[in-house]
Design a protein around this ligand. Structure first.
Ligand SMILES: *Cc1c(COP(=O)(O)O)cnc(C)c1O
Length: 755
């Protein structure tokens, strides 16, 4: 049997006292423990809201209150107010956990109705035996715990606890194989028995089949669909990379025209190659910080898309007026947190494009808080498009409590078109292993159940509030430094001052021509910024792409942070990015803040690199004797000399001409008709691979497109920069790095279509 630790929590100021009330409550505690249940006794609420968060670890609360704590009169006295506040804090997150009040006989008359309503019972001191009361409370506590686990997770725990011998794969047989070798023992002890007992194969009928969506798996997917406001939900055990390909393979046929965000995740581009589609791109705005802005609203009209089709050399043979694209895919929440009003997009494209696909890898939390309004794909009480079916693909592992690769496809039927689940499953099977990892399925199940309101709403609200408190704290430090430099958090200028105040969506809208974003004339009400994505700007570059006399490249800051135990999500030229997921804590962002202050201190003193980044310098001794400020300045000057901010922006916004379809270009690899071309010879050549610089990880060139001068200039810059600053090299996927054996010199190539 799996043993869980969910104590019954007793809060009584007399818990340790030698008076009758102390004796009474301790007798109850002992009676509960005798029945095998754990008890945690404390004497005060302490910090109310902190303590209320303990609801996730308890199986019931017993809150004691004495008659003598009451003051006569019509006003509620402090003891009752405290009790009410505590109960409110718990119910804000948890509607179900049993709460009992324990007191003398008259006490219940003093309690207002709104408090009584939230209670599972009132225990009259000394009226019943402690044993009787204990058994009653334990029954309620156990029934509460029994109701916690969602269907699949529950079935998996039952199966793992069952202890039956298995003859099926996986071959480690519930972990036994590991015990036969020393290193296997180590593995077993590290991951623990349950993880291995729960690693079962799909021959176990009672768990249902992921591939057929039956049994407990189906029940869990149905539960998640309800929680996320969708008509259908499919759990995916290989990330949103795979979810995207499933959606595409269900909706796109060879030769189809597809409409896609130019700055989409590469999995969508892989889908284009696999499906044999011909893409027309929607181009997002960018600012010189390298932050990707929204695609202007005007690009979402059928007229604008027809014009793109008409201008595409690969579509010269078709009549743009008669082409219906089969899908539009949009990155809903860019890396930097820019969101679209999805209702506007649905209205504009319904009837023209039958599949509206929102890649919400970074946005699974939005459905649970009113703050996000219409700025996510599927919400409660929203109109259905007349014809278009809406898909959202979400990485539960990125912002919710999924383990790596946990993802889901959500589908909303239109008024006239229902998803055919059997046909969708053909695409699902094409991309799913026949041996899915069951703990990933369980984490999809649990991640969904955790988000059920009000608990999920409370979690999202907490992460938004923490992100706002972080922004306030950063501004306070800035104010304290006066004219001295400090980091900025990218976002609107106006920030409400009150700590912990309710987040207001209106504060986070992007309006036309505001300086802070630099995305130009945006349509009103079309975009907002998700504050939980926090992009931190380092000094040295302005919004026009001009370099200041001195500067602090972000890559140096993030190296520093790594050695101080803070790992950030993404690093740009003069910005880096952190996320306030539902796993965030005050301690975590305070550590970041302190580390940034330490960086400033070391920078201002030009502290020697060997002292502040010893691990990095051990790897790259060339920096040992430099000062931190000197290193920043050297990299800054290299960036300024290459005018790299403007070059990058121009490159991403440059008009890229396809010479053949992505599928045809990619086919050259299998046909062995590629040629490795050096950077200096690249201009005009056609790439067979995706070319993706990290950061930012957004593909620059897609198979079938020709290299233009801007991209070649960028690659030349990268080559000389990487040679000068090892350890800070920009990694470009798709660029082949080969070292000449005789000279030791490195060369960069791209695999191109053979001429
Ligand atoms: C991360 C990401 C994906 C892929 O998700 P995985 O779960 O890592 O496979 C897809 N789309 C976008 C926009 C992403 O950022």
């Amino acid at each position: 049997m799996i043993r869980f630790h969910f104590p019954i929590v007793i809060i009584d100021e007399d818990y340790r006292s030698e008076n009758t009330s102390g004796l009474g409550i301790r007798a109850l505690a002992e009676a509960i423990q005798k029945e095998g249940m754990e008890v945690l006794g404390v004497t005060s609420y302490g910090d109310l809201s902190q303590f209320a968060q303990q609801q996730s670890r308890a199986s019931a609360f017993i809150l004691s209150i004495d008659d003598e704590e009451f003051t006569p009169g019509p006003d509620l006295d402090p003891a009752v107010l405290n009790l009410r506040k505590f109960i409110e804090e718990i119910r804000f997150r948890n509607p179900d956990i049993p709460i009992y009040v324990y007191g003398e006989t008259r006490t219940s008359q003093h309690l207002p109705n709104d408090v009584l309503r939230e209670l599972h019972g009132f225990i009259h001191m000394f009226e019943d035996t402690p044993e009787f009361v204990a058994r009653h409370i334990i029954r309620e506590a156990k029934s509460y715990l029994d109701g916690l686990a969602p269907p699949f997770f529950k079935a998996l725990m039952d199966y793992a606890a069952d202890g039956s011998y298995s003859w099926h794969c996986p071959g480690h047989s519930g972990g036994v194989a590991f015990l036969k070798s020393p290193v296997g023992q180590m593995f077993h002890q590290f991951f623990g028995e349950n993880m291995l007992r729960a690693d079962v194969c799909n021959a176990v009928e009672e768990l249902g089949q992921l591939l057929d969506h039956t049994g407990p798996v189906a029940a869990s997917e149905k539960n998640a669909a309800r929680i996320f406001n969708a008509d259908h939900c499919f759990f995916v055990t290989n990330g949103t990379s795979t979810s995207n390909k499933m959606v595409w393979h269900h909706t796109v046929a060879p030769g189809d025209v597809v409409v896609i965000d130019r700055n989409c995740h590469k999995s969508n581009l892989h889908a284009i190659i696999m499906c044999g589609a011909i893409p027309v791109f929607l181009t997002p705005t960018r600012n010189h910080y390298g932050i990707i802005g929204p695609i202007p609203e005007s690009e979402f009209s059928p007229e604008a898309i027809r014009a793109k089709i008409a201008a595409n050399p690969l579509l010269a043979h078709v009549d743009a007026a008669n082409v219906k694209p089969s899908i539009v895919t949009l990155t809903q929440s860019t890396y930097d947190g820019v969101l679209y009003n999805t209702e506007t997009i649905k209205k504009k494209l319904d009837g023209y494009i039958p599949t509206l696909h929102f890649d919400e890898a970074w946005l699974p939390h939005a459905a649970f808080h009113d703050f996000y309004g219409q700025f996510h794909a599927m919400g409660k009480n929203r109109p259905r498009p007349k014809e278009a079916v809406v898909y959202a693909t979400q990485s539960t592992h990125k912002l919710l409590a999924g383990i790596s690769q946990a993802s889901q496809v959500l589908v909303q039927d239109s008024q006239t078109v229902k998803l055919d689940k059997h046909l969708f499953n053909e695409a699902y099977l094409m991309h799913t292993s026949t041996s899915p990892q069951y703990s990933i399925i369980a984490s999809c199940d649990v991640a969904a159940a955790m988000m059920e309101p009000p608990g999920g709403t409370a979690l999202v609200e907490e992460s938004i509030k923490e992100s706002l408190d972080f922004r306030r704290a950063m501004r306070k430090v800035e104010a304290d430094y006066g004219d001295d430099w400090w980091f900025k958090v990218w976002g609107p200028d106006y920030l409400r001052a009150e700590e912990g105040s309710e987040p207001v969506s209106a504060d986070w809208m992007l309006h036309a021509d505001e300086d802070w974003h630099g995305f130009g004339a945006l349509a009103e009400g079309f975009n907002m910024l998700d504050p939980i994505k926090s992009t931190i700007i380092t000094p040295g570059l302005d919004m026009e792409g001009r370099f200041a006399a001195s500067g602090i490249p972000a890559s140096v800051v993030t190296k520093f942070l790594v050695e101080h135990g803070v790992v950030v999500e993404k690093t740009g030229l003069y910005s880096f990015f952190i996320m306030f997921t539902i796993g965030i804590t005050k301690g975590r962002w305070n550590t970041l803040l302190t580390a940034l202050q330490q960086f400033k201190d070391d920078y201002d003193k030009n502290a020697p690199m060997w002292r502040i980044l010893p691990e990095f310098c051990a790897q790259f001794p060339k920096y040992e004797r430099m000062g931190l400020r000197d290193l920043c300045q050297a990299i800054h000057l290299a960036y300024a000399e290459g005018d790299i901010a403007r070059l990058t922006t121009d490159m991403y916004l440059s008009n890229l001409q396809p010479a053949m379809t992505p599928t045809d270009a990619y086919a050259h690899i299998a046909q062995r008709k590629t040629e490795r071309v050096g950077i200096d010879e690249l201009e005009g050549r056609i790439t067979t691979s995706l070319l993706t610089p990290y950061p930012p990880g957004i593909p620059l060139l897609i198979p079938g497109e020709r290299f233009n001068k801007k991209i070649v200039d960028y690659l030349k810059f990268t080559r000389s920069f990487n040679a000068k600053f090892p350890g800070f090299a920009t990694d470009v996927h798709g660029l082949v790095h080969e070292i000449d054996e005789e000279t030791g010199r490195g060369f960069y190539y791209v695999d191109c279509v053979k001429q």
